[in-house]
Each structure stands twice: as structure tokens, then as C-alpha cells.
Design a protein around this ligand. Sequence first.
Ligand SMILES: Cc1cc2nc3c(=O)[nH]c(=O)nc-3n(C[C@H](O)[C@H](O)[C@H](O)COP(=O)(O)O)c2cc1C
Length: 200
Amino acid sequence: MSQASPVTNQRKADYVIDSQFTERWSPRAYTGEIISEEEVMKMLEAARWAPSSNNAQPWRFVIVLRQDPEWDALFETLNPVNQVWAHKASALVAIASYQLAAKAGSPDLVANGMHAFDTGAAWAYMAMQAHLHGWSLHGIGGFNKEAGAQVLKMPADHSLQMLAAVGKRGDAAQLPDALKEREAPNARKPLSALAKRGSF
Ligand SMILES: Cc1cc2nc3c(=O)[nH]c(=O)nc-3n(C[C@H](O)[C@H](O)[C@H](O)COP(=O)(O)O)c2cc1C
């Protein structure tokens, strides 16, 4: 199994925060080792506790481990640029959102305008929990969503948001040169460019 190559983390927070936020990053070099369903469930347990509008909890997950029969078909939906590295992931977790929510005090379902936003919060919780347990996640939006929805038999009232590649960090030497150079924690815009007081 490939050893994780050393990386230099040059991230500097503008304000003092817990280091877990700057130490989590999305590698592309994975070891290809097997992960248990239980390990992935621990990440999803964290996601479960994310906040959501009206506590609707619109996030939905489908776990596909690399040894599962669905792996090849789901992997095929990835854009080639993502296939070159994701083939060594231990799992792909499909992150979807349920578009409807119960109407207060009624059995009716209504459109939940916050389903995508809230599911993003759940993904972030999942990624942080994975990091705290020594696993790495890498979001993949570059895939054929229609084909992915078919492979996963996703109901029509759900939206497929993203796949998360899950794995243990491996040796960057296995990556194509262009990706090798990017295999380190990346930077962020300054907070002053993103947060204003009073108005935009
Ligand atoms: C919704 C979403 C879609 C993404 N899609 C891709 C993708 O298709 N391919 C890829 O290599 N990285 C993808 N990423 C990873 C981002 O490029 C990465 O999270 C971003 O550069 C920040 O880096 P960090 O996660 O290491 O902090 C995606 C991330 C998110 C959240």
C-alpha cells in the first residue's frame, strides 16, 4: 500500500481558529485500501447532526464501496479528469437532497427551497468528521449526474448534488504531473474580500 507523501501546509488563517479547519484538505492520491461500511457511517453520523431549515434534514446518502457491485457503473459516470485519480478511492458516497418537506401541521409535502443549501452543510460536517478520523474526502461535481442517478436508482424528487471520494491519503508519485503539483492544501481568498459589515 502506498505511503502518504509528505505535504507542506502553507495555509494561514486570518483569525485564530481551530486547526482542524485549515488541516482538512482534498487530496487526489489515495491508497486504494478497503474501507468498512461502518467507517463511512461514522462520517454520515456527523452529517446527520448538521442544522437544516425547519429541521427537514433533506440530505440523503448512498454508499458505494470499491468492492461493491455498483462501483464500476458509478465510477464510469465520472469525467475522465476525475477518473485518473478517483480509481484509488476506497468509496464513493453519493450526496443527494430530497426536494420536498412536510408542511407544518399537515400531512402534505411542499417544495423545500433550502434542500441544496442544507445538504451542503451536511457534506461539510461529513468531511470534517472524516478528517478527524484520519480519512480524506474529495468532492466530485464533475460527473454525469443523469447517469449517476440511474445507477443509484435515485427517485425523481431527489437532486444528486455531488459524489464524495473517500480514502486514505497515498503517494502523490502515482498522479499525473499536472495533479502531482496540486497535491497540497490550497489557499483561500482573504476574509476581507468575502465578509463585509452592514452591506455589500
Ligand atoms: C461541490 C464540489 C464539487 C467538486 N468537484 C470537483 C471535481 O469534479 N474534481 C476535483 O478534482 N475536485 C472537485 N472538488 C474539490 C474542490 O476543488 C476543492 O474542495 C477546493 O479546491 C478546495 O480545496 P480543499 O477541499 O482541499 O480545501 C469539488 C468540491 C466541491 C465542494
